[in-house]
Design a protein around this ligand. Structure first.
Ligand code: AMP
Ligand code: MG
Length: 598
């Protein structure tokens, strides 16, 4: 529900957007908004600013940081022979494609097709490992990762006994249009693993070769995109954002041909494969393809499976179970996108096939963390129109949820469809409430005061005007004492130095400090709370690029350093400081581009 207290903030936030000095004029931004909303479901526009609060207390403490890298977990599996994964449950729950072979085809009446990974050529190297995932999720002893068997397993060249890999059939709306059958064109589900905590995780290789869904693709992934997926999955987890996880990164000598910027400049790169994990890889597009092709029984079967396995609080006998499911996905998607915004994360390709039914971040491609604050930030240079610019993600979430509603329609009564539509109408308010909470936490504001929304919106406006760094502005506000802020000595704090060049800065600071002074807590407590939600390190493109460059000569030390740094993003770390990860980005970073090519 939009409460009265949000109103001034929303108005100010809209002003902040419309005053953009970027390519969009006030009216064009408005037109884009109105258009997106009309195209969706005629609910009020979702205003798009704001921002994270990790709910995982483990992320935050310094002790956890130290122990994360040193801790040894007992009773871990020492031998791969004792590690058991299986696709049996998935195969028994759904019809499997009756046609065999990896030739590209239109697949009907099933959820999965059988497909065996194609081993990568040349010597293989285990370039990166997530200890957290290997030990904490897969219960495997880290020492085991040094074995040839393990390398064979995580690269797709050696299947575990009894393993029957599957590829998933799904469709999706890409850049606003129905794209038909997509599916796992370069990914193989190896099986599910039930860990000692009773959690069931689905293991998937990405970059593991052609499948019936490869269309014109080669089934491969290159090193640069695989490094980015590995690092970002783990970084997002540490930031407290719901996400798929990455266990390993293997690189090969297999030549893979890519036109990285779609400019006719075809280059040879090297193939890589990531072992990634999620509790489920089902997407909005998993349901859409069944609804589109009229496979209603299968649609119901898949929904029942997803509800039974992953939405355990829903009673399977409830006649409104699909409605309750929809309502959960609507609110969790709103929360996920608010989380993204709170850390300045732009996914880059928010198509319905990349939106998880469990509302976790999946399919990392041309994503980006916003540096200078700019609602028009587009991480993907292939996205000419900026459809998936950071400031549009909430609206795109609405579009995708409307497509989910359409996919559910065949199993909803007329009355339920109307109710589902009302649920969708509530999305904007859920998003706004969450973003407001997250932003208040970022500024350390406790309780509720009338001007809170205004303080947030005005700060964003100043950040936008001065192009201040999103991550470091909030971090530096967390690290300086109220006295230091009062003195306005920002020589050691580069983001605040930029921000303070704004003529309204002193006015804003005055309001903010007065607001803080009315809180009943010590300034140190305020700083600690803020440091626990405002990261010092995020995966900036230049950092990923620098690490990727070294992988060309098989130097993976910077991948390791980034992985380690980003596993504790809220804790200041010496090595990361020396590497400049919290410093002003280098000049060359401005020239960097990331495209869909991967
Ligand atoms: P993405 O944009 O990575 O989410 O991929 C969209 C669709 O294209 C999915 O069906 C992918 O499996 C497929 N795809 C992307 N790259 C390749 C590739 N190199 N080979 C085969 N399929 C691919
Ligand atoms: Mg995808």
């Amino acid at each position: 529900m939009v409460t009265k207290r949000l109103v001034p903030w929303l108005i100010a936030a809209e002003i902040a957007l419309c005053c953009s000095v970027e390519t969009h004029t006030m009216s064009s931004i408005h037109t884009v908004f109105v258009f997106a909303v009309v195209a969706a479901v005629s609910v009020p526009p979702v205003h798009v600013l704001e921002f994270c609060q990790s709910t995982d207390p483990d992320c935050h403490s310094h002790d956890t940081f130290r122990s994360r890298w040193n801790k040894s977990v007992s009773n871990l599996t020492q031998n791969l022979d004792r590690f058991s994964i299986s696709c049996k449950k998935l195969m028994e729950s759904f019809p499997v494609d009756e046609v065999d072979g990896d030739f590209v085809r239109t697949v009907k009446n099933c959820i999965f097709s059988k497909s065996i990974p194609t081993p990568l050529k040349g010597p293989l190297r285990l370039a990166a490992v997530s200890k957290d995932v290997i030990e904490g999720i897969l219960d495997l002893d880290l020492a085991l990762t040094q074995s040839d068997d393990f390398l064979g397993f995580v690269s797709g060249s050696q299947l575990l006994p009894g393993s029957e890999p599957l590829t998933h059939r799904y469709g999706g709306h890409q850049f606003g249009y129905w794209a038909g059958q997509l599916g796992d064109g370069r990914a193989h589900a190896l099986g599910q693993y039930t860990n000692r905590r009773g959690e069931v995780w689905e293991l998937q290789l990405k970059g593991s070769g052609k499948t019936p869904y490869s269309r014109s693709g080669d089934g491969r992934a290159v090193i640069r995109s695989s490094v980015r997926e590995f690092l970002c999955s783990e970084a997002m987890f540490a930031l407290g954002v719901p996400t798929s996880r990455a266990a390993t990164l293997v690189v090969s000598e297999e030549p893979v041909f890519r036109d990285q910027f779609y400019n006719g400049n075809m280059k040879t790169e090297r193939g890589a494969v990531v072992l990634r994990l999620a509790k489920s890889w089902f997407r909005i597009g998993s349901l859409e393809i069944l609804a589109k092709s009229g496979e209603v029984d299968l649609l119901r079967k898949l929904l029942d499976f997803v509800i039974e396995e992953h939405f355990t609080s829903i009673n399977p006998d409830d006649p409104d179970k699909y409605l309750v499911f929809y309502s959960t996905v609507v609110s969790e998607t709103a929360h996920l996108i608010a989380h993204w915004m709170s850390v300045g994360f732009a996914h880059g390709v928010c198509n319905t096939d990349n939106f998880s039914l469990l509302s976790i971040t999946i399919d990392y491609g041309p994503f980006g963390f916003m540096e200078s604050y700019n609602p028009n930030f587009v991480p993907n240079t292939s996205d000419d129109e900026g459809r998936y610019r950071i400031g549009a993600q909430a609206d795109v979430g609405l579009f995708n949820l409307e497509k989910l509603l359409l996919a559910l329609s065949p199993v909803l009564s007329g009355k339920q469809q109307k109710e589902a539509y009302m649920i969708l109408k509530g999305y904007a308010d859920i998003y706004q409430e969450r973003i407001y909470e997250l932003f208040k936490a970022k500024l350390g504001l406790q309780g509720e005061e009338e001007d809170d929304g205004y303080i947030i919106a005005l700060l964003l406006k100043l950040m936008e005007d001065t192009r201040s760094d999103f991550t470091m502005t909030f971090r530096e506000l967390s690290e300086l004492s109220d006295q230091q802020l009062q003195n306005q000595d920002f020589t050691q704090t580069w983001a605040l130095e930029d921000l303070s060049s704004h003529e309204l800065f002193s006015d804003w600071l005055g309001l903010y400090l007065q607001r803080l002074s009315r809180q009943n807590e010590s300034d140190v407590d305020r700083q600690n709370r803020m440091k626990n939600v405002n990261p010092r390190y995020v995966l900036r493109n230049w950092m990923a690029e620098s690490a990727i460059k070294k992988t060309e000569i098989n130097d993976f030390s910077e991948v390791e350093l980034l992985h380690r740094t980003l596993s504790s993003p809220f804790v200041t770390q010496d090595t990361a400081e020396k590497a400049g990860y919290a410093a002003r980005p280098p000049q060359w970073a401005r020239r960097l581009k990331v495209s869909c090519s991967s």
